[in-house]
Ligand binder design. Structure first.
Ligand SMILES: [Zn+2]
Length: 302
């Protein structure tokens, strides 16, 4: 009986050890940077020296940050972090309390804090649109802020990668400007589920409209549907866009409502708003995501 007890206990201990070694956070020789969205993850990966630093996102592809709540595993990860980055401006609305508590113990950085308020899109009294990554110039500023903060906190960075990345951001910004400029302004109307593209619209001259406001937490009513349908018909819009991190159901209702009024509109899927694509794909990078979105928008509206 005793031997059996010892064997079972040994087995449990071995199991725990093997679980721990499989745990991706267990590499104690490296610094741990924890971030909220995979957009921030990709940015930080282009700055840090990955020989010495691990970057862990809480949210992967297809995850909506407005609704995301921390899991137990997230809390463990956040507790192990040497530094934490999040977007801010209430993008991660349901993580606010957790991040606030952690900020009393360690460095917790809201990247949007670096931007002057007058550069932000204000949507209400003291409320700003959080989707700042859709203006590459603003996101470059955020990237520079992230790098300075990492340096100040002695997290190893790669100067070579960082300099090259800033160049790539400039090229991407120029590429988007060209791609949009060559596209007739009358056709530049981007309609999505939630209002995530106002910075893209302001920076590159695209009119945007959405069923929901800047957060997916809000709900929509019949009046919102009717208003959007009116807008689509008035402006002869032929394509509307479903986002990878938001249900497309509401937009399907819009397509059907347009149809009953004799207006054909197609629903284009796969637009990235608040999350990048799968890791190790082109759309799993910030720049690749932007290219994919812009090509999709221009090709579908043309
Ligand atoms: Zn959003």
């Amino acid at each position: 009986m005793i031997i059996r007890y010892i064997i079972i206990n040994l087995f449990i201990i071995l199991l725990l050890i093997s679980c721990q070694s499989n745990n991706e956070t267990n590499d104690s020789s490296k610094y741990t940077v924890v971030v909220t969205t995979n957009i921030i993850e990709n940015t930080i990966l282009n700055i840090v020296d990955t020989n010495y630093v691990n970057v862990f996102p809480l949210m992967k592809e297809g995850v909506d940050p407005h609704l995301y709540k921390a899991t137990r595993k997230d809390l463990e990860l956040l507790n192990q972090a040497d530094i934490i980055f999040y977007n801010g401006l209430h993008l991660e609305g349901k993580l606010a309390e957790v991040l606030d508590k952690l900020s009393r113990q360690k460095k917790v950085v809201a990247l949007a804090d670096v931007l002057d308020k007058e550069k932000l899109i204000q949507v209400g009294e003291g409320i700003y649109d959080p989707h700042i990554w859709f203006d590459v110039v603003l996101w470059k500023e955020v990237t520079q802020y992230a790098r300075n903060t990492l340096n100040e906190n002695n997290i190893p960075t790669s100067k070579k990668n960082y300099i090259s990345y800033l160049d790539q951001l400039d090229s991407t910004n120029n590429w988007i400007n060209k791609r949009i400029t060559n596209f007739p302004s009358k056709k530049r109307i981007l309609i999505t589920s939630h209002d995530a593209f106002s910075y893209l619209g302001r920076a590159y001259g695209i009119e945007v409209n959405a069923l929901l406001g800047i957060s997916t937490v809000a709900e929509y009513g019949i009046k919102d549907i009717n208003n959007l349908v009116d807008y689509i018909i008035e402006n002869k819009v032929r394509s509307i866009f479903a986002e990878t991190s938001v249900s497309s159901k509401s937009l399907e209702a819009i397509v059907a409502a347009c149809q009953t009024r004799g207006h054909e509109v197609q629903l284009v899927s796969g637009l990235y708003s608040d999350a990048l694509g799968k890791k190790d794909t082109k759309e799993g990078t910030y720049i690749g995501m932007l290219e994919s979105n812009i090509n999709k928008i221009v090709n579908s509206l043309n």
